[in-house]
Design a protein around this ligand. Sequence first.
Ligand SMILES: C[S@@+](CC[C@H](N)C(=O)[O-])C[C@H]1O[C@@H](n2cnc3c(N)ncnc32)[C@H](O)[C@@H]1O
Length: 195
Amino acid sequence: MGQIWNPSKAGTPSVELADLGRTQRFPSVLDAGCGWGRNLSVFAAGAQRLHAFDTDPEGVQATKKCLEEVSDPAAEVQVWDGDLLTTEPSPPYDLVICYGVTHFLQRHERHIAYARLRSWVRPGGLLAIASFNNLVPIPADLQPLMPDPPSDSTELRAAFADWDVAFVRSHVYHDEHEGGIRHTHSIDRLIMRRP
Ligand SMILES: C[S@@+](CC[C@H](N)C(=O)[O-])C[C@H]1O[C@@H](n2cnc3c(N)ncnc32)[C@H](O)[C@@H]1O
């Protein structure tokens, strides 16, 4: 499996996840499409099971190293090269994170991914998901990687309409990456509780 756009190598965690990590402990956490592990590391303190996967082997190695530094020595840490559409983690998890991944998929694949993510969260547990949508069109240089994004927030909210929303933010943001590359995105960030 190869590398696919990951601008977050040295990034800080997303604000809403940093807030969640400050206020709640989760015994078991899965990060689906973990990148370099910036979000999972927030939940390392006190977790007994930290699992993560990504299709990018470089991200997998970086996340392993990151978790070695921040996890409890007694915690069960597993990071593997896996695809959101096919990998088989070990549910249930108290928290599942999937940030910046589903917008790479085609629409029919996203619905498979949403069903898989739903099934991995224990009843009463949380799913945190963030995805671009096309309210601001995907920047031209990213369109080959994201050819079929959700048109707006409706798809993601509808996929979890029966879950309670603990946090939601849909907004436009401006991003700057290495080499001065600038992007503007429309993004949905949702944290939802499984009934
Ligand atoms: C924008 S990065 C986000 C990384 C991380 N979630 C974060 O927020 O820092 C997207 C990540 O999704 C991974 N990815 C893309 N498609 C994937 C798939 N089908 N299954 C698993 N990971 C995938 C990429 O390798 C990359 O690490």
